[in-house]
Design a binder for this molecule. Structure first.
Ligand code: ZN
Length: 265
């Protein structure tokens, strides 16, 4: 091999290295969030952000509505409200939210998931396949699920009780052999207090008629599309309730009860 060929070979290896390292980095994508999870836990259930405003930031996501009137699922650019009976309905673009997350969905990787026996099992399996736990992810799983257990919350009247009290009255819905979409958002542990650290899943059936905040699920052989996001855009409410709220207390334990709600099995 002469010198020029060696130089060419070295250039090739450098190019290959750059290509490989580039495919491992997460180029773009913004996860948008309105308000903080601790503000919602506190009982700040009225925000200024409209559904139209949320849709400017993405076509996939989750959250809730003013007055805590149901669970929000944003899928394929359409916002659905899951009411306290588990029924999904579309909402007007003027509807408002006190807490929501949205992103433009992108598929950076597809994970083949063989068998999932519980939500914890699903979270563990996705976690073990992620490149890093320190960035944000949106995950979408479409197909037929063996089971999904979901909940929704009833609308609240002022003075609003904290979320941990509201979930005691939640409706829980069990679906078996159900076709639909799981929409998951995964935030790094270091955003605790701002976002839901770890996974947060909402579900909507394929016919878009029911769903909810996911408490448990099981399925076999479904692909999980994963989008990685390195930009996090947090928009804070300017309501007097938010501006005057005492957000100093750690609410990790309250969040655990709200997210997993061990009382309803
Ligand atoms: Zn939720």
């Amino acid at each position: 091999m002469n010198r020029s060929m060696m130089r060419l070979r070295n250039v090739f290896f450098v190019a290959l290295f750059l290509l490989l390292s580039c495919s491992m980095c997460f180029a773009d994508g913004t996860l948008y969030q309105y308000s903080t999870i601790d503000s919602l836990l506190l009982g700040n259930y009225d925000g200024e952000l409209t559904v139209a405003g949320l849709l400017e930031h993405g076509d996939v996501g989750l959250g809730t509505f003013n007055g805590l009137d149901g669970e929000m699922v944003l899928v394929d650019g359409i916002v659905y409200r899951i009411n306290k009976r588990g029924e999904a309905e579309t909402v007007t673009s003027a509807s408002r939210t006190p807490f929501a997350v949205a992103a433009r969905f992108k598929t950076d990787s597809i994970l083949k998931i063989d068998n999932v026996t519980s939500l914890e099992d699903l979270n563990r399996k996705i976690d073990s396949a992620l490149g890093s736990e320190n960035i944000f992810y949106v995950v979408r799983i479409d197909g037929e699920f063996g089971s999904v257990r979901a909940r929704s919350v009833p609308p609240q009247k002022k003075p609003y009780p904290p979320l941990v009290d509201v979930v005691k009255e939640q409706g829980v819905f069990k679906f078996s052999k159900i076709k639909g979409s799981l929409i998951g958002v995964r935030c790094p542990a270091y955003v605790a207090g701002i976002g839901v650290d770890g996974f947060h899943w909402h579900f909507i059936t394929e016919d878009r008629k029911s769903g909810g905040h996911v408490l448990d699920c099981s399925f076999a052989n479904l692909p999980a599309k994963v989008g990685a996001y390195t930009n996090f855009l947090l928009q804070l409410p300017e309501t007097s309730d938010f501006l005057g709220a005492d957000l100093q207390k750690d609410k990790k334990n309250e969040l655990k009860k709200v997210e997993k709600n061990p009382g309803s099995s």
